[in-house]
Each structure stands twice: as C-alpha cells, then as structure tokens.
Design a binder for this molecule. Sequence first.
Ligand code: HEM
Length: 411
Amino acid sequence: MVSTRRAFLSAAGAAAVAAAAAGTAADRIEAEADTRSRPDGGGVVPFFGRHQAGIATPTQEHLTFVAFDLVSDSRGDLRGLLQAWSAAASNLTRGELVGSVETGTAPPVDTGEAIGLGPARLTVTFGIGPAVFAPQRGFGLSTLRPAALVDLPAFPGVEALQASISGGDLAVQACADDPQVAFHAVHDLIRTAGGVAVPRWLLSGFGRTGNTSDTPTPRNFMGFKDGTNNIPVDDQQALTQFVWIGSEAPAWMQGGSYMVVRRVEMLLGAWDATALNDQERTFGRRKVSGAPLTGVHERDPLRLDARVNGLPVIPGNAHIRLASPTYNDGQQILRRGYSYVDGIDGSAETVAGGLLFICYQRDPRTQFIPIQRRLAAADALNRHILHVGSAIFACPPGAGPGGFVGDALFT
Ligand code: HEM
C-alpha cells in the first residue's frame, strides 16, 4: 500500500516539478491580478525570498490551513515532498497550475478549480512540527531541532484540546484574497503529498484578524476590532526584534519564524447575551470605535495606570492589559488569525465557531507561552472562549530560486 502511494507521490511530484519547469502555454493561466486597492499593488506575492511569504505579508481575506502526519519515515521522501511542495507553491502563487489538466485518459495533475481566478495574492507558508526531529523517526534530523521548537505546555483552565484537531508533522498555511484560490492550493498540495504525508486536520477561515497600516482593522465574531495593537507588517525593526529568527538558532532556521496555532472556540451564545459594558471591560476597549477605555480613538495609547475612584479604568483582568508588552517583559507577537465557522453549537442556540489564532515569533518560550500563561491565569475573556486545538511549527526561511523551503535541513 505504502509503496503504491509512494509511487503515486513520485509520479505526481515529478509531474508537478516537470510542469513547473516546462510551463507550457496550455498549463499557464493568465494572472488576472486585481490591482484595485491591494496594498502590494498587484496580485502576485513572490514565493521566493529571504523570508517565507504569508508571515509579514499584509493579511489576505481568506485562509485554508492544513496540518499533516508524515506516513513515511524516509529522509528522501521528506526531502522530495518539501521540494515538490515548493515547486508547486511557486506555480500556484503566480496563478499557474501545478501540472496539466488536459491529461486525456489520466487524471488531471492539477485539480483545476482555480482556473481563471488569478493569483489573488496567494501565499503558501510551510511549517515543520517538533515530532519530525524525534530520534526515533527516520529523518536523521534530531541534532537539528532548535531549542525554541518546544512542545507547548498545558494551559489549565482555558483549554480542552482535541488530539484530532491538534499537532501535526507538517503544516501548510494558504492565504489568498479569494477563498477558492486558498483552498485549491491546499487541495493540490494534499494530492502532491500522497503516500508520504496525509492530512491530519484542516480548517478554512475568513475575516482576518491581523491588520495592515493602510486598511481598517477587521472585527472578530465578538464584534471587536482585532489587530489594532498588532506588529505592523511594514515595521522592519519590530519584525527583526520579535518575528525573524537570528543567529541564536541553527543556520537552517535563521530568517524563519515559529508559528503557534490555537483553535479557539468562542462561546457566542453567552457572549451575545452579555451587556455591552461587560463586553468592553472584557477586552478593555470600546466595541464600535475600538478605542481603549482610556481613550477616544482606536489608535490612542493604552493608559494602563489610569484610575477613577481608585479603580483601574482598564480592568485588571482585561485581555489587552494582560496581553500587553507592559505585562510581558516588553514581548510582542505577530498575530495573523482568521475567524472560522463550524456549524451550530451544541445547544443549537447559535453558531459554533471562533478564531483560528495564528501567531509568529522568534522564540515561543519568551513570547507566546508566557503571554498565554498570563492570559490563562486571569483573562476576563476566558469565560467566553475554549482552546480546542493547538500546534506549533518551525517555519524555515524562504527559498532562493532553485531551492526549496527547508532545503538547508538536508545539506
Ligand atoms: C478568541 C480568542 C481571542 C480573541 C477574541 C482576541 C481578541 C483581541 C482583541 C479584540 C484585542 C484588542 C485589539 C488589538 O490590539 O488587536 C486583542 C489584543 C491582543 N491579543 Fe487577543 N484575542 C484572542 C486570543 C489571544 C491569544 C491566545 C493571545 C496570545 C497568547 C492574544 C494576544 C493578544 C495581544 C498580544 C494583543 C495586543 C495587546 C496590546 O498590546 O494592546 N490574544 N485580542
């Protein structure tokens, strides 16, 4: 069975690589870039570069995220998969196919649903989970595990993690301004992985919660602006300080970043029945304007020490107080989450859904973990949410032309 599926991978992967190289007219789709009001002025976000795209890229409107389990223990298979994925992703992000659709009696190599949709600012970001570095796996990578790629600790009180929607050996984060373009990328990359990796969990989302400096801050399902005090993706100094990994890590990770993913269910029935005043005190911000309770405008600075009648204006357990750099040794993270819908909730009173919280950082031991510990201990938001999924991945630096994401692992 495995060998048959491996043979499929070789065939599909090789076909993808060959198609990438050939780039025949029949397989090429014109990039129909929607240049209107796009921050980058065009529809193509380059796949190759110093850093992987999809981290400091201005957030696109849609996400499809998939985590995989490796079903092969062969170093060559892993290398071949990462190589085939990068070749496919470089095509996809240019709005091209991963291989031929017009295959006659054979199944099309590309599934075809993105034909004509253009690149839609697609980014495909790859991550590698901690278990890939375990000595008992056959990849020979145990000495290359970065110390910062830790298994996340438990955060009692705020989580009821489900194994089937947590973890993973490999991750693909596909973001695009068109949901079908994001889905198509994942659809084809799953096919490319056949026999070497199988999908473990998958989630699509919309309503990005990260902000860019020149677009209005989006709102989460609780109705609050989400992303106001995020690291701006054009703030190179902050990215260098908090997001991109430097010389502290093994060479293969320098220029990369660590991704933490948390599937956070919102208990929307109870939230929707909560008084506005309490909702605002939960976050420490006004619902409509997004202003901190100590200000008038969204971007007004937090005044965490402001008091009225001896009481803090931004409550002691407000989300923004506990998550702020002031309470976390000056640390920040780059948030890049998406809202998701998951049917109706158990009581059939309202929708089930929440936030696929995704954040990037230089070291989760000093960034996500302590911030989340502080939130888990006291955040007023805790009674309205439940973390049900969790994963961490090392996202290597970007690939150079001719290279592939993760290639330095195999040198
Ligand atoms: C469903 C879960 C969550 C919701 C609905 C949520 C919502 C919000 C909102 C509305 C803000 C204020 C606006 C802003 O600055 O973006 C905010 C800020 C923030 N959140 Fe969350 N959040 C969630 C989970 C988390 C988690 C798990 C973390 C990290 C462990 C986190 C870290 C932060 C940080 C660092 C800020 C900025 C604080 C500041 O410096 O002002 N959030 N969040």
